[in-house]
Design a protein around this ligand. Structure first.
Ligand code: NDP
Length: 286
């Protein structure tokens, strides 16, 4: 599954929607808030800004030094909450240790929470009334859909239970009618579960931990993990070379889920602008 090609296809569709809005005088706008100088975060933020400009989305980067105070950042987010040029707000994670990420996320207006991490949006996802699906699992669902991989009635196994990938991934698969198993570092005999997966989504950050003997023949294997190896190359959680011989579908790293994650951020921003332009005010969500 070529994430770059699929991302291009999805972006082309949404670029048209962004242009339509811009013609009506509402250019979709995304604000990215970054605190500190984590090199990986800076790269992600720059690539998000570039993707925005290629899709016709206005973007702003709000950078704070590592020693910034939490209340300064909250104040900036509150300003962005009422800024009519901004429809989506994203806080680049991880934040420095002295920040309480949950408080920062909670300060984002629900209707601008393009990452879908606000507790209200998490609750909406749990109850099946999703407002902003979190970008990485949203990207995985879009890949499955674009590749005509059925979800309903399939056995999906998600390895990892983080709030940003594993848990929302499992909920979105469940919502589409899959029978879902969630595995964690505490799971006994992981392979017994992964071998029964029609759809296997792996998000652990443990390079190459899924080997061919852990995969059912013909399964769709989605590798969310990204780790930087000592030689500087990126590696996924799946041993691509061996698993590709057995899987029916497999995503590479890089060039798999990564480009789709950024794409879905663009989609959420455009959708937020569409809702705003249609007069769906903040009260609509409460
Ligand atoms: P976290 O570290 O928050 O979560 C990792 C999860 O994997 C935990 O739930 C952990 O279990 C589980 N885990 C770890 N080791 C094992 C094991 N041996 N067997 C089974 N489960 C295990 O990571 P994230 O979810 O934030 O990210 C996961 C990976 O995905 C990372 O490599 C990250 O860089 C990448 N990522 C990629 C994105 C993309 O766009 N492609 C976007 C976001 C993340 P437990 O809870 O028990 O500790």
């Amino acid at each position: 599954m070529d994430g770059n090609a699929l991302a291009r296809e999805v972006r082309a569709e949404w670029k048209v929607r962004a242009a339509r809005l811009t013609e009506k005088g509402v250019q979709p706008g995304l604000a990215v808030v970054i605190v500190g100088d984590n090199p990986a975060s800076s790269i992600y933020v720059r690539s998000k800004a570039k993707a925005c400009s290629e899709t016709g989305i206005y973007s702003e980067i709000h950078s704070f030094p590592e020693n910034a105070r939490q209340d300064e950042v909250v104040r900036r987010i509150q300003e962005l909450n009422t800024d009519p040029r901004i429809h989506g707000i994203l806080v680049q994670l991880p934040l420095p240790r002295h920040f309480e990420s949950s408080k920062i996320i909670a300060s984002i207006a629900v209707e601008k929470d393009a990452d879908g991490f606000h507790l209200y949006n998490v609750g909406a996802l749990v109850t099946g009334n999703t407002i902003f699906p979190p970008c990485t699992p949203y990207g995985v669902m879009k890949m499955l859909q674009k590749c005509d991989i059925p979800v309903e009635g399939q056995h999906a196994v998600v390895v990892g239970r983080s709030n940003i990938v594993g848990k929302p991934m499992a909920l979105m698969l469940l919502q589409k009618g899959a029978t879902v198993t969630i595995c964690t570092s505490k799971t006994r005999d992981l392979a017994e579960h992964t071998k029964r997966a029609d759809i296997l989504v792996v998000a652990t950050g443990k390079p190459h931990m899924i080997t061919a003997d852990m995969v059912k023949r013909g399964a769709a294997v989605i590798d969310v993990g990204i780790s930087r190896m000592p030689d500087g190359k990126l590696a996924g959680d799946v041993d691509f070379e061996s698993v590709k011989e057995k899987a029916g579908y497999i995503t590479p790293v890089p060039g798999g889920v990564g480009p789709m994650t950024i794409t879905m951020l663009l989609c959420n921003t455009i959708e937020a602008a569409e809702r705003s332009s249609a007069g769906l005010a903040a009260e609509h969500y409460r």
